[in-house]
Design a binder for this molecule. Structure first.
Ligand code: ZN
Length: 110
């Protein structure tokens, strides 16, 4: 068995996460999108930046819009319903024949 190099990508789309560093510290939100290639995630309503948009079909007027900028996966932690920000562990579920993600603190399924 080869050891995993890094545990960067345990997070998934729709995970509820907390930002643990930077200007949006302590904010929480839902992951909308993960970019594994560069290790970032888009978090709903977080890390908003203003961007000049050209006129197009979605945006009739063009002009300045606010969009979510990617946040580094290393700057966010998953939220456990019981204990808040936590690390992700795994356990094998015989019943479901798959690995489950669990909270490393309390063992709850995430
Ligand atoms: Zn927990």
């Amino acid at each position: 068995m080869q050891k995993m190099k890094k545990n960067k990508y345990k997070l998934k789309k729709n995970d509820q996460v907390k930002i643990i560093t930077g200007k949006n510290i302590d904010n929480t939100g839902k992951i909308l999108k993960i970019n594994k290639a560069n290790g970032t995630a888009i978090i709903e309503g977080q890390n908003m930046v203003k961007k000049a948009m050209r006129q197009n079909k979605q945006n009739q007027k063009g002009g300045i819009v606010e969009i979510e900028a990617p946040v580094k996966l290393s700057n966010i932690m998953i939220l456990c319903k019981k204990c808040g920000p936590t690390r992700i562990g795994f356990k094998n579920s015989d019943a479901q024949k798959k690995k489950l993600r669990i909270c490393k603190k309390c063992g709850e399924e995430l």
